[in-house]
Design a protein around this ligand. Structure first.
Ligand SMILES: Nc1ncnc2c1ncn2[C@@H]1O[C@H](COP(=O)(O)OP(=O)(O)OP(=O)(O)O)[C@@H](O)[C@H]1O
Ligand SMILES: [Mg+2]
Length: 292
């Protein structure tokens, strides 16, 4: 498969000494690729380095064969970027804002602006001021400005955060349609369901290090057959269990609680098995409990 993005031993140390990226090495082909990780794992830093907003301390990033440090212009031409926190101008209309962002990229084409507004279903609101939009509409304006010029690579940093379920489904549809025809969408998210629905491949960052890169099927394979359900009497038993196994989930009942665990070493052969999900695999990667 032809790779659209390659990260080659990338490191980023911020001026305050934080090692935000430590030897990140993986590549991304066409389609939607998920980037998962805790708060502070390094997702935004990796994306900023990719889109040339910041420079890595070591290593190389290539976009369609171009080096982000040496051939920044070639890279920027091929990338659309929706930052985690996009600064918008509240008094501009939707059309004027997207048109302004397009012009910054060197695209002077009002028809192209209209087209992207259609794509994100905002044509009817093109004259409305940014400050009069709902949160979900603002996210759509954000994606519209990233889509102008149909870049080969679309980099979106937590685009579905704060969206209601219906809006999220719509957003997922838009991203998966966009990823056709050899394009790449790199999507960072905390929402495993987004990755499950959209991404054939994903990477998991943990404290600046690459914990996993590959297909979601292969990640799922790691936990398959090892998910067990255990009935416990009380919290004390839960605390004991947590010393021996990764507890993925706990459900409280009238009499005690049920723990879903990752039984890697078959320490609980008697326990009932349960179907593994991508969420289990992700929580396992993160080394602990997702939610009670
Ligand atoms: N400008 C900066 N200067 C110094 N440290 C920074 C800077 N930006 C981020 N960091 C640190 O780098 C690490 C990675 O941050 P980053 O924003 O890349 O994480 P993230 O995975 O995007 O997190 P989130 O899910 O919260 O968006 C964190 O420890 C963060 O505090
Ligand atoms: Mg981030």
């Amino acid at each position: 498969m032809k790779e659209n993005i390659t990260f080659c031993h990338v490191k980023k140390k911020y001026a305050n000494g934080v090692m935000a990226l430590d030897d990140i090495d993986f590549s991304v082909g066409s389609g939607v690729f998920g980037l998962l990780g805790h708060n502070g794992a390094g997702k935004t830093t990796l994306m900023k380095a990719l889109v040339t907003v910041l420079s890595p301390s070591a290593g190389t990033i290539r976009v369609c064969g171009f080096d982000t440090r040496k051939q920044g212009n070639e890279v920027r031409k091929r990338i659309g970027y929706l930052p985690q926190e996009l600064v918008m101008y509240p008094s501009l209309s939707v059309f004027d804002f997207v048109n302004y962002m397009a012009e910054l990229k060197g695209i002077y084409d009002k028809k192209a602006v209209q087209e992207v507004l259609e794509q994100v279903e905002l044509s009817a609101f093109s004259k409305r001021k940014i400050k009069q939009l709902s949160g979900g509409m603002k996210r759509r304006v954000g994606i519209a400005q990233a889509l102008v010029g149909s870049p080969r690579i679309l980099v979106v940093d937590e685009p579905t955060a704060g969206l209601d379920p219906e809006e999220r489904v719509r957003f997922r549809g838009l991203l998966s349609r966009y990823a056709r025809e050899g394009r790449t969408v790199l999507l960072s998210t905390h929402i495993v369901e987004d990755v499950h629905q959209l991404c054939g491949e994903l990477a998991v960052l943990r404290n600046g290090r690459l914990f996993y890169a590959g297909t979601s099927a292969a990640l799922l394979e790691r936990v398959k057959g090892n998910i067990k359900l255990l009935h416990l009497e009380d919290e004390n038993q839960l605390m004991e269990l947590q010393k021996k196994a990764v507890v993925l989930q706990t459900t409280y009942e009238n009499h005690g609680l049920t723990a879903r665990i990752m039984d890697e070493n078959s320490a609980f052969p008697e326990a009932a098995s349960d179907t593994a999900t991508l969420e289990d695999a992700y929580v396992y990667c993160m080394g602990g409990k997702a939610h009670a």
